[in-house]
Design a protein around this ligand. Structure first.
Ligand code: HEM
Length: 91
């Protein structure tokens, strides 16, 4: 299967303005489908949602894209360092 990077990037640009809803939907579906993974995540999912959205943006943006660069700067301001309370349970 060939990955259409342009379609991936443009389709993500369409949903990115609704990032909060997108993350709510992602984790709602994940926990409904696989309730056993819920304990792997923190009770307060706000930071997790910010990190996932940032990771998806990075993965769907070309390095030369100005919107990617500005977003990367924004993300670095809002995303704290790696969690110090992360579970060591394997995924
Ligand atoms: C599009 C798919 C996904 C992306 C891009 C993604 C990305 C991320 C990112 C950026 C983090 C934060 C890493 C850090 O702390 O620095 C994270 C943490 C984590 N992810 Fe994912 N993830 C994805 C799917 C999943 C799925 C399907 C699971 C299912 C179990 C999962 C389980 C976890 C867990 C348990 C953590 C650690 C939470 C904690 O800090 O306590 N992820 N992921």
């Amino acid at each position: 299967m060939t990955l259409d990077l342009e379609a991936l990037e443009t389709s993500f640009d369409l949903v990115a303005p609704h990032g909060d809803e997108l993350m709510d939907e992602f984790y709602s579906r994940l926990f409904a489908t696989a309730p056993s993974v819920r304990p792997l995540f923190p009770t307060d999912m706000q930071r997790q949602k910010v990190m996932l959205l940032g990771a998806l943006h990075s993965a769907t943006s070309t390095p030369s894209s100005p919107s990617c660069e500005s977003s990367a700067r924004d993300t670095s301001r809002t995303v704290p360092g790696p969690s110090t309370t992360r579970s060591s349970a394997p995924l």
